[in-house]
Design a protein around this ligand. Structure first.
Ligand SMILES: Cc1cc2nc3c(=O)[nH]c(=O)nc-3n(C[C@H](O)[C@H](O)[C@H](O)COP(=O)(O)OP(=O)(O)OC[C@H]3O[C@@H](n4cnc5c(N)ncnc54)[C@H](O)[C@@H]3O)c2cc1C
Ligand code: SF4
Ligand code: SF4
Length: 942
């Protein structure tokens, strides 16, 4: 591992400090991508626009400073790293503009594939490239890696679907290839390059062997080396240049913007799992299966099937199969509508019937069954990577061979796994393209293991090249395969590639060491080590899936960065670099711990189910200030007085003329502690009403009104002061004739989140004991469900039960239901909407997302108005109980984009499901957010 410090002599210090950070924490946070390589940059630049990037490239050229672009950081081959200058081209480059009714789309390079597809969805269109990492990978990375996926093959990748791009060359020259005179501009601005590309074209076209090699390799998915097929496919230098940029892995220039032709979304689909007795049989059936027009054909070898069948939710078809040499193909037909789909199904039925299969087969269109089948395939990575031994790195390989050679290649790979003792390796992938992946769990800090990895790689390279395949189908050459490009293409085409690089980046400053490398063993340099640190940290595969959903991503750190910094701190300590460890620790407190909303959004995206919020809460617990903890322990004993007092303090504060509110808030701070009401914020309402018990012998549920309703009173409704979510819920139930009980002693109960999020475990335990006991009794020992009117508190109660330790079993019967879900199931059907609204902006919360109540939320909103708007930039507001009060800058950053989108128009109502989130969104948008049930109650009054 290289850990170059940004020493005073480093030229990065000569760059604009407003754009470039040399802080240890920033350098180490960005040192990790999804690959098994690690390089620590000397500086991290965050340009705001393409002009900034151009200026950075010109300046780094003057200074002889190498630079690498980093976007989603999901690359697996080591191409998104630098030990010099790393340029973050994701943060300020997320714009998307839909063109021609969705037929085309103009995109900035930092937009994730998912966000682009979300913008295209209303038009029934999507991007052609379909990498499995779409949640986090960005258009810049997709173009620069020429990424593909399960369905796109070689027909719908970037090379085939990109219409034009704005590119910035290392010289700073900017070319928009859409301009009619782009080729003339290129010739005027870069005459040597223009002429050089023409010469190279003549050289390639005139060499029969080069033409043969290119035709053969690019008839498959192929991301080895440069896309030299551009010389055969295009004549004008500007077109050749644009297509060479595709798959160039940031070594030739910056893609500042791109226009894609989009492809149709085929909403009708039918999926099935063909389980064959042997791999040979599966591969033998492949040509016929391909010819029936299947959209995807995904291979799983015997080892993969064994992993899949061990899952609790494994489909019946494989659950009991005594797997030996079996292999499965997950197949899917897709159609624009039911008629097209049924035509395709009918067309392939005879073939399916004729296959000699190990288990019965049927295609299903049922969304649940289809999801279960896809879960088998997509869960493989999770299962193998998540279960790898602590201290090892997961390395995902990606080869392609001509389809007829796939069976032998897979068999030989399995032999190599056995020979080199890679026990957990499974083979899976895109069989119809001859493209398969396999995972190696490797420990790179052990010299013996490193030798084994080297020996395996040598044999694997021989195997793939011998079969006429390519060593990288879709993940890019990166550092891992750069030394093998010469062997892949031969000396002549390798020379062409070197000349491409010399023409465009003569000083070799863009991403050196990536894509082309002359040093044969460079692929085993700068490898990651994975010190054993903490449970969440050790499991992380650094894939980056969690980054886009994290509310603190634009202000401090992402979940992946919170995790890798724990690794880097441990590694620094192990190396004896205590100064670095101390420097990282110091800044980690604010960036890592204080500004984590602990909302757990990361777990919703993580393939190995890591909730970084749990890690942060534990760190908070370790750091918990004993004085504050004692105060909060006391508060747990007297919660009724505290909430009422806090609410009163806020009411008093509200009523006082400025500047007195600040003084009045001090009352709240004294009562609640400095962490609870940290500073007077205009956003805070007056206090709410006290919670009171209520009995109803015909009750069908126990209601747990959240204490935040007492602390923070309701927002203004159309008729003045609103009634709050608790009263709205009770009124709605009464209107629908649904009996509800509120338990005795409710004013002293809380879901425990304030203690848990701050790491005050004693207070949390005390509250847990009290709450679970009282709710257990009140619900008739779990007979009735317990309903809560704040989504985060419903989630908090669930967590309380889950963490109840030895007592957990006693409370196993307790069921917690969010009020939105309860109203959806038991109340909505009895109501009549008497005063529908014209429109509503809806803010689902992190908790409603994790509780799975968003569909109910949308249904209720849809009952009140036909025009429900959830912004495409929706994300957790990070108010997170008190984080928005303690660190308003966190909520400001998390809500900035969505607030902008919402405020593009006016809505009749603004709704959410949690009082604190409502406050956060009210502050962000300047509109008064209320609980959805309050709005429903008003719209259904008789
Ligand atoms: C679990 C997992 C599954 C994956 N599945 C697939 C899959 O199915 N198919 C597939 O093809 N890939 C897959 N990948 C690999 C990876 O996600 C893709 O290659 C992805 O397109 C990389 O995008 P990114 O935004 O993360 O780019 P990064 O990793 O940030 O960068 C990739 C390369 O592009 C360069 N770059 C980035 N932006 C620009 C720009 N604007 N201009 C010029 N160069 C730029 C970088 O310097 C780097 O060389 C997977 C990865 C993971 C972790
Ligand atoms: S926490 Fe999960 S999603 Fe995030 S980088 Fe680690 S493994 Fe990937
Ligand atoms: S808990 Fe929330 S803020 Fe913290 S790392 Fe996860 S997503 Fe980010």
């Amino acid at each position: 591992m290289r850990t170059t410090a940004a020493g005073a002599e480093s030229p990065v210090h000569l760059l604009d400090p407003d754009t470039v950070s040399t802080r240890d924490l920033d350098r180490h946070a960005m040192a990790h991508d999804a690959s098994h390589y690690l390089l620590v940059p000397q500086g991290v630049a965050t340009p705001r626009n393409a002009a900034d990037v151009g200026a950075l490239l010109r300046r780094s050229r003057e200074l002889g400073l190498p630079a690498t672009f980093r976007s989603g950081g999901t690359s697996l081959s080591g191409q998104a790293l630098s030990d010099s200058l790393l340029i973050n081209t994701r943060q300020h480059f997320r714009g998307v503009e839909v063109l021609d009714g969705g037929a085309r789309v103009r995109v900035q390079p930092g937009a994730t594939v998912r966000s682009v597809n979300a913008r295209l969805a209303p038009f029934g269109r999507k991007l052609g490239p379909d990498p499995a990492s779409e949640i986090a990978c960005t258009v810049g990375g997709v173009i620069a890696n020429n990424s593909s996926g399960m369905a796109c093959g070689t027909e719908l990748n970037t090379y085939r679907t990109l219409e034009s791009m704005v590119l910035v060359l290392p010289s700073g020259t900017v070319i928009d290839t859409a301009d009619a005179d782009a080729d003339r501009r290129l010739r005027e601005l870069e005459p040597e390059l223009h002429e050089g590309l023409l010469k190279l074209r003549r050289r390639v076209v005139g060499n029969d062997q080069s033409v043969r090699i290119i035709r053969s390799l690019f008839s498959m998915k192929n991301t080895m080396g440069y896309g030299v097929n551009s010389f055969l496919d295009y004549e004008r230098p500007v077109d050749i240049l644009m297509h060479l940029m595709i798959g160039s892995e940031g070594t030739l220039g910056f893609v500042a913007e791109a226009v894609f032709r989009t492809v149709e979304v085929k909403p009708a689909a039918a999926t099935g799992l063909l389980v064959f007795n042997t791999l040979d049989a599966a591969m033998g059936a492949l040509p016929d299966l391909v010819s029936t027009g299947l959209a995807t054909i995904e291979l799983m070898d015997a080892a993969a099937l064994k992993v899949a069948q061990a899952a609790a939710d494994a489909p019946a078809a494989i659950r009991t199969l005594p797997v030996q040499g079996h292999a499965a193909l997950l197949v899917e037909h897709q159609g624009s509508d039911a008629a097209e789909l049924s035509g395709k199904r009918a067309g392939s039925q005879q073939l399916f019937d004729s296959l000699d299969l190990a288990t019965p087969f049927a295609l299903t269109s049922d969304p649940k069954d289809r999801a279960a089948l896809w879960h088998v395939r997509k869960g493989l990575y999770t299962a193998v990577a998540g279960a790898r031994p602590s201290g090892t790195n997961a390395l995902l390989e990606d080869i392609v061979v001509p389809v007829p050679a796939l069976a032998v290649t897979c068999g030989e790979l399995t032999r190599l796994f056995h020979e080199h003792h890679y026990k957990e390796s499974v083979i899976f992938g895109h069989a119809k393209d001859g493209n398969v992946h396999f995972m190696l769990n490797e420990r790179f800090d052990d010299p013996d293991q490193l030798l084994r990895y080297q020996a395996f790689t040598d044999e694997m390279v021989d195997l793939v090249l011998g079969a006429g395949g390519s060593l990288k189908a879709e993940h890019g050459t990166g550092r891992i395969m750069a030394p093998f490009v010469r062997r892949q293409y031969g000396d002549e085409l390798y020379g062409v590639m070197q000349e491409i690089k010399r023409l465009i980046d003569p000083a070799n400053l863009l991403n050196p060491g990536v894509l082309l490398a002359d040093e044969p063993l460079s692929y085993i340099e700068n490898l990651k080590v994975a010190p054993t640190v903490e449970e969440e940290v050790d499991r992380c595969v650094e894939c980056g899936y969690c980054e886009p959903v994290c509310p603190s991503k634009d202000i401090t750190l992402t979940p992946r960065q919170r995790i890798v910094l724990r690794r880097d701190i441990a590694a620094a300590e192990q190396r004896g670099d205590h100064a670095l460890a101390a420097s990282l620790r110091k800044d980690y407190d604010y960036d890592g711990v204080q500004t984590c909303a602990a909302d757990g959004m990361c777990v919703t995206a993580c393939p190995v189910l890591i909730n970084t919020g749990d890690l942060v809460r534990r760190l908070r617990k370790e750091n918990a200030n004993t004085v504050a903890a004692a105060g909060w322990n006391k508060a747990a004993e007297n919660w009724g007085a505290v909430t009422a007092g806090g609410g009163l303090a806020l009411t008093v504060a509200k009523a006082m003329p400025a500047p007195l509110p600040k003084a009045a808030t001090a009352v709240g701070r004294a009562l609640l502690g400095p962490e609870a009401v940290p500073a007077y914020a205009d956003v805070l309402p007056g206090g709410g009403s006290r919670r009171r018990e209520r009995r109803d012998p015909g009750s069908v549920a126990v209601f747990f009104p959240a204490c935040i309703g007492t602390m923070f009173g309701p927002a203004e409704g159309p008729e003045g002061k609103g009634k709050g979510s608790a009263q709205a819920f009770l009124d709605l139930c009464e209107r629908a004739g649904v009996g509800i009980t509120v338990p005795e002693g409710i004013e002293s109960l809380c879901c425990g989140t304030p203690w848990k999020s701050k790491g005050f475990s004693q207070g949390y335990d005390a509250m847990t004991a009290k709450v679970l006991d009282q709710l257990y009794e009140a619900s008739g020992r779990g007979r009735l469900p317990v309903v809560c009117d704040a989504a985060s508190c419903t989630e908090g109660l669930e967590t309380m039960k889950r963490l109840a330790g030895a007592d957990g079993e006693r409370y196993a019967g307790l069921r917690f239901v969010d009020s939105v879900e309860f109203v959806h199931q038991h109340v909505l059907g009895q109501l009549t909407v008497t005063a529908p609204l014209g429109s509503m902006a809806l803010h689902p919360t992190c908790s409603s997302t994790q509780l799975g109540t968003n569909p109910a939320l949308l249904d209720i909103a849809g009952a009140v108005t036909d025009d429900v708007f959830v912004p495409l930039n929706w994300g957790c507001c990070a108010f997170a109980g008190d984080r928005g009060l303690l660190h308003p800058e966190l909520t400001d950053s998390a809500t900035n984009r969505q607030a902008g989108e919402i405020n593009e128009r006016e809505f009749d109502a603004y709704a959410s499901t949690n009082r604190t989130c409502e406050l956060g969104m009210s502050k962000a948008t300047g509109h008064s957010y209320r609980h959805l049930l309050e709005i429903l109650e008003e719209a259904t009054r008789p």
